[in-house]
Write a protein that binds this ligand. Structure first.
Ligand code: PMT
Length: 219
């Protein structure tokens, strides 16, 4: 029998990639499948939480009633959706791979291939998690860090910069970790602590993350 350890809590989770449109047929995106975020949502729901899952384009589906799924496309839409709910949540977990830049203009018609070179002008997207950190009142905030080098240093810097309570590092240097795979290998950092985990299925990783969150909340 599953213990309802998150009963009474509202958990918001961002998942998947964002797509930033270039024209009516093309976009800038990334390899996130949404698996990590959907596993977290399922596990939090199993533990009795009310779950708000905000996902970019992903073929993942949900299997539980107490998950309120909102599908969005771009970073701007994700930001808006998050802040529809932000005041009411207890825990926020940002597993989405948000595009850091978006095309400055979205062409109204399909871009024609006339020139040998095409230069795109990109502008910075809002940092959703950083904004959550700036507006934090009571929320417990968990970020992810997807790194390829200086992993621990970068993850800890993000924890500080985004005003988080904890950050989950996954490195593309670890085999079976990160995008698309059904597995992940994580390290968790708080302001004072660190815990390293083995390579596991994303469902198992979601359990480890939520166990860690619950432990922090009890402190
Ligand atoms: O979806 P899967 O295929 O299962 O893959 C899972 C995953 C690899 C996408 C996931 O485990 C993961 O690492 N997600 C975060 C990816 C990422 O963009 O990391 P980052 O280090 O660039 O961003 C740091 C944090 O800020 C993240 O929590 C991110 O959600 C958040 N962020 C980043 C940029 C931005 N504009 N807004 C944000 O909220």
């Amino acid at each position: 029998d599953q213990e309802k350890t998150l009963d009474g809590k509202t958990v918001l989770i961002t998942a998947g990639p964002t797509y930033e449109a270039l024209d009516p047929v093309r976009f800038i995106g990334n390899h996130s499948s949404g698996k990590m975020g959907f596993s977290l949502a399922e596990e939090a729901a199993k533990r009795g939480a009310k779950v708000i899952l905000i996902s970019g384009p992903s073929s993942q589906t949900i299997h539980r009633g107490n998950i309120d799924l909102h599908r969005i496309t771009s970073a701007k839409e994700m930001l808006e959706k998050v802040f529809q709910f932000y005041d009411k949540i207890d825990i926020g977990i940002a597993s989405a791979a948000v595009a850091d830049y978006a095309p400055k203009e979205i062409a109204k018609e399909k871009i024609k291939k006339n020139e040998d070179q095409l230069t795109l002008e990109l502008v910075k997207n809002p940092d959703i998690l950083k904004t959550m950190g700036e507006k934090k009142t009571h929320q417990f905030l968990v970020g992810f860090a997807l790194e390829t080098q200086n992993e621990e240093e970068n993850a800890k810097a993000k924890l500080e910069k985004k005003n988080l309570d904890m950050i989950v590092l996954n490195s593309l240097r670890d085999e079976g970790a990160g995008f698309k795979n059904d597995t992940n290998k994580i390290r968790i950092f708080t302001r004072t602590g660190k815990k390293e985990f083995d390579l596991k299925s994303k469902d198992e990783v979601a359990k480890d993350i939520l166990d860690f969150v619950e432990h922090q909340l009890l402190k």
